[in-house]
Design a protein around this ligand. Sequence first.
Ligand code: FDA
Length: 309
Amino acid sequence: MGVTRSLLLAASQSAWLRARATRYRFVRRSVNRFMPGETLKDALGAAAALLEKNIGAVLTQLGENIKQASEAAGVAAHYFEVLDAIHQRNLRAEVSVKLTQLGLDLSPDVCLEHVKGIVSRERKQATVWIDMESSSYVDATLEIYRRALAAFPNTGVCLQAYLFRTKNDLQNLLPLKPSIRLVKGAYAEPPNVAFPKKRDVDESYFALARELLRARKTGQCARVAFATHDARLIGRICEFAAREGFSEREIEVQMLYGIQRAEQDRLAREGHPMNVLISYGDYWYPWFVRRLAERPANVWFMVRNLFAR
Ligand code: FDA
């Protein structure tokens, strides 16, 4: 892992930096590149705009590791409101939730009830996605996922290609007909848990993608979404998929709001189901610093904003 990336990922966990950085206007201006605004209304507006380009949305309220049970209940209630708003506006949008924001650190059982409450309000043809957080949460997240999936087949989970364990986790999930969103992984993980080299993460992603497509073909996977901005990797997956007889319509790609917009438009035009994850809310500091770590050139973008008027 590069030094800049390690430093940024360490900074993402600093409460001291969070308290300071969020006060600066130039930081907030940089955040706007990745976030249409702090409110649900901003996110719904962005989802409606994407729809005009035939791009769907996945909405997520920023926040993690809440400390009080009442906060978790508040987050669940917020997602009920989000789903109502999506349904009323007839938007092509879904939601993605973080389990530590729904109380996983306090009580896995209560967290599961919140997840089930949210999925029970979603339409059957739409998926409620569960984010994957740092490696210490993988077992607990997959356990909650299995239990939620048993009750609601339209629950999906994120798997991270940088973890050595993911190949095995995927094999264990397949008998349950899961919906999988495959990502590279965004957290600082030690080398005994995750591939330290980007090249190895990319190869792991491609190998898992092939596995997922095979599972999709045999009906073992309900839905597969390739969540990456890596155009080369997407190209390799699409080539493999075409050889296996998949059409563009069957290869879903997801990206983050504000990243690789031209590529998002191109994939949507070519007929791929293209969905963009829109984050909103005021707890954006750790999430934003993870975005900087993914592409340290973004730090220069932020520095330029320091001088912008
Ligand atoms: P990679 O980092 O190799 O980037 C490929 C190219 O994309 C770069 O060369 C650059 O051009 C562009 N790019 C990537 N990130 C950028 C950025 N921040 N700013 C500007 N350009 C950028 N992670 C996780 O651990 N748990 C989760 O639940 C999720 N959920 C999730 C959902 C969705 C829809 C997406 C797209 C991503 C996630 N992630 C995630 C994040 C994921 O793990 C990963 O950190 C990022 O997607 C960046 O990795 P890429 O696959 O894009 O490749």
